[in-house]
Design a protein around this ligand. Sequence first.
Ligand SMILES: Nc1ncnc2c1ncn2[C@@H]1O[C@H](COP(=O)(O)OP(=O)(O)OP(=O)(O)O)[C@@H](O)[C@H]1O
Length: 353
Amino acid sequence: MASLRLEAVTVRFGDRTALDAVDLDVADHEIVCVLGPSGSGKSTLLRVVAGLREPDAGRVLLDGRDQLGVATHRRGVGLMFQDHQLFPTRDVGGNVAFGLRMHGTPPEEAERRVAELLDLVGLPGARRRPVTALSGGEQQRVALARALAPRPGLLMLDEPLGQLDRSLRERLVVELRQLFRRLGTTVLAVTHDQGEAFALADRVVVMDRGRIAQTGSPVEVWQRPASEFVARFLGFTNIAPATVRGGGTADTPWGEVPVPPGTPPGPCTLLIRPAGVRQADAPGRGLPCTVTARTLRGGGSSEISLLLDPGSGPVLEASCPLRTAPEPGTTVAVAFDAGEVVVLGRDTGDGTA
Ligand SMILES: Nc1ncnc2c1ncn2[C@@H]1O[C@H](COP(=O)(O)OP(=O)(O)OP(=O)(O)O)[C@@H](O)[C@H]1O
């Protein structure tokens, strides 16, 4: 397996900067997922590592070796794209063996490897099936087997599960993680789906307009989004300008909100995670809000998402268990938990927000 390092990699298309001095390390055996909205530079990042595009500035190193001028097929990287790009005229075995033939693997050895890989991806005995007769999930497995066949040092996945329906995606992403763990594969994946990234990755990298906005473990990024951009991208909406006072509170459009101990005083942008918006314990206290919507989160969770209109100030999102969820149209008094309040940094775009 291999390690990857990007040093100040810049890629421009005319006057558009797709990657802006990006630094990134992927350790041997690590699974890193690059997450970001459309146009943030995710695919360009993969293309530059694969050698499909040379950087305009900066360096790409694989196992410490500068890849400048090294052709794609000599980099030892495997690529799997979102539309699978299987060859429709070849059967499953022919597709999986493709990379092996390109590498001059003798036919008997290739046969053995194909059988081994089809076992690995859960398609034993599918060698002679036409790929056009496979389901989306099966095609995805064939594409994965094909990418793994030449034992790439680094496996790169571009929206690998993009075409599949949600429940299949959720199942396959767990299988993929287990498989990569077992094989010790170094993986660089890109996706715009945070659920997929969080389920797959040891570390996520959030991109914003060609720069890294934040990097950290899925839990770190989820619990402590570094900036308003990252927080909004993750789907948080309870974000507002605030002024932190001494004594552990901040003035916000929702009134006084407790902040974590040690928060420096002054103006800032505050995020209140939905779990930190709850019904006040004491009668007559708290911010009166009207429940305007109540949605079951789905995905096997019994958590309810509530939209609360405080009359003045932005609508608040709260989450609570189904059994305690108030009905739409009712008025509730809302209190906030300091443990779910995050002071966001400014969007510096250099990951240090
Ligand atoms: N071949 C190209 N010619 C001109 N501009 C390009 C080219 N490829 C990418 N870009 C631009 O570079 C930026 C980054 O594109 P990129 O495809 O890397 O983003 P992305 O995050 O992968 O987006 P998506 O999720 O939509 O695939 C975009 O502004 C895009 O328009």
